[in-house]
Structures are given as structure tokens and as C-alpha cells.
Design a protein around this ligand. Structure first.
Ligand code: ADP
Ligand code: ADP
Ligand code: ZN
Length: 214
């Protein structure tokens, strides 16, 4: 299965990706995760991306597209993948289409997470991540058993730099301006599937599986 997870920051893309990876056995390709890993390691790419990710602006297309193409050429992607956070601009979507056409492939689904408003700010500002294993929590919606500690590995939970109210608000604006136009783009290709993402996460997951198939 080749699918794109499309939706605003905080929509639940990463949360659903974990469950979909397990069910369908294809890797999650999260450009946000790739940038954060590079920033942590202090690579050249990380140095270039940092100022954008910290302020909630998009990393320039030319830094993103080549990175994703290289990743999709790797062996573990040959039976499919879940793109999480890519494409985010019409240009990125067009480049992905060209790449797929060259390989004689197409997207099976664009899973659109339909949700907006204050609930997204609440999800983003309450998000916490394990600094050791990356597991994701929410202080209210999916709290760990012990505050600040990962259930899975005992690691410390931390907040992403860009999950403050101010930067989250900016990211939602960037989404509306640059990424929301992809809904129109993909509805023309027939790949778009809409889901109400303002529901319990197990309900969202069940609806996605019902649409995509077992
Ligand atoms: P995205 O990858 O789209 O930015 P995440 O999957 O990281 O979003 O979710 C953002 C936050 O909201 C996380 O803290 C997550 O635990 C929480 N969350 C995800 N899905 C739901 C849901 N259906 N209901 C309530 N909270 C959710
Ligand atoms: P979220 O979980 O809120 O959807 P991500 O983890 O996907 O956020 O992305 C975090 C940041 O990484 C973005 O604000 C942006 O700066 C950068 N980024 C991630 N993916 C892309 C992309 N496809 N194009 C440009 N910038 C990106
Ligand atoms: Zn952990």
C-alpha cells in the first residue's frame, strides 16, 4: 500500500501511522521525524532545517523532495509506505507524482484527516514524546501511567519546541495556506479519502481500515 497521511498539525497522523504500520507492514516515512533526527545529530541537513522547524515554517521544497525520493528508493519501501507530513505543498505533490510515474506506480490512498480549530491547539500543546523511544502521549487524551515517564521504556517525556501555543498557531496558518490546497489537488485524482479526525483514535483507525481494506 502506498498512502499519504494528509492533515493539519495535531490531526493524529503520527498516532494513526503507528497503528497502520503494524497492520499493513509498510514503513512510516515522517519528514518531521527525519528533520528532528538530523537536528539532534547535528548533520548538515539538520543545521539547514532547524530554523524552519523551530519557527513552524516549512523547510524549503528543494531540501525536502530529494530527501524523500532517496528514502522511497530504499529496499523497505518496495511494497509500499505511509507518507506522514509529505507532501505539504503543491510543488511537493507534483514532484511525488513525477517520481511515482517514473517508477510506474501510483498512490493507493490519500487519507485526509478532517479536523480544525481549538482542538488542534489543545492536542499540540498537550503532546509529549519519549526522548528515548519516541513514543507519543498527550497529557489529557493519552497520559502515561506516571507523569513525565514513558510507559514503554521509562524514558523522560519532553515537549517539542514547536508545540507551544504560539508556534502551533503559526503552523496551523502555514497548513491552511500551503498544505490545505492539496485536498483539492488529490480530490481531482480520485485518491482522496476523507475521515473525521475529531473522534476517538480507535474509531478513526477503524474507519480508515474499513475504507482501505483488511
Ligand atoms: P500529528 O502527527 O498529525 O501532528 P499526533 O498523532 O502527534 O498528530 O497527535 C497530536 C496529539 O494529539 C498527540 O499528543 C496525540 O496523543 C493526541 N491525539 C492523536 N489522536 C487523537 C484523538 N483521536 N483524540 C485525542 N487525542 C489524540
Ligand atoms: P506535525 O506533527 O505537527 O504535523 P511534523 O513533525 O510533520 O509536524 O513537521 C514538523 C516541522 O518539520 C514542520 O513544521 C516543518 O518545519 C518541517 N517539515 C516536515 N515535513 C515537511 C515538508 N514536507 N515540507 C516542508 N517542511 C516540512
Ligand atoms: Zn520510551
Amino acid at each position: 500500500m502506498r498512502a499519504v497521511l494528509l492533515g493539519p498539525p495535531g490531526a493524529g497522523k503520527g498516532t494513526q501511522a503507528v497503528k497502520l504500520v503494524e497492520k499493513y507492514g509498510v514503513p512510516q516515512i515522517s519528514t518531521g521525524d527525519i528533520f528532528r533526527a538530523n537536528i539532534k545529530e547535528g548533520t548538515e541537513l539538520g543545521k539547514k532545517a532547524q530554523e524552519y522547524t523551530n519557527s513552524g515554517r516549512l523547510v524549503p521544497d528543494e531540501l525536502v523532495v530529494e530527501l524523500v525520493k532517496d528514502r522511497l528508493m530504499q529496499d523497505d519501501c518496495k511494497n509500499g509506505y505511509l507518507l506522514d507530513g509529505f507532501p505539504r505543498t503543491i510543488f511537493q505533490a507534483e514532484e511525488l507524482d513525477k517520481f511515482l510515474a517514473e517508477q510506474g506506480q501510483k498512490l493507493d490512498a490519500v487519507i485526509n484527516f478532517d479536523i480544525e480549530g481549538e482542538v488542534l491547539i489543545e492536542r499540540l500543546t498537550g503532546r509529549r514524546l519519549c526522548k528515548d523511544c519516541g513514543a507519543s502521549y498527550h497529557i489529557k487524551f493519552s497520559p502515561p501511567k506516571k507523569e513525565g515517564v514513558c510507559d514503554r521504556c521509562g524514558g523522560a517525556l519532553e515537549q517539542r519546541k514547536d508545540d507551544t501555543r504560539e508556534t502551533a498557531t503559526d503552523r496551523l496558518k502555514v497548513y491552511e495556506e500551503s498544505t490545505a490546497p492539496l485536498i483539492g489537488y488529490y480530490s481531482k485524482t480520485g485518491a482522496l479519502k476523507n475521515f473525521d479526525a475529531d473522534q476517538d483514535k480507535d474509531v478513526v483507525f477503524a474507519e480508515i481500515v474499513a475504507e482501505i481494506g483488511e
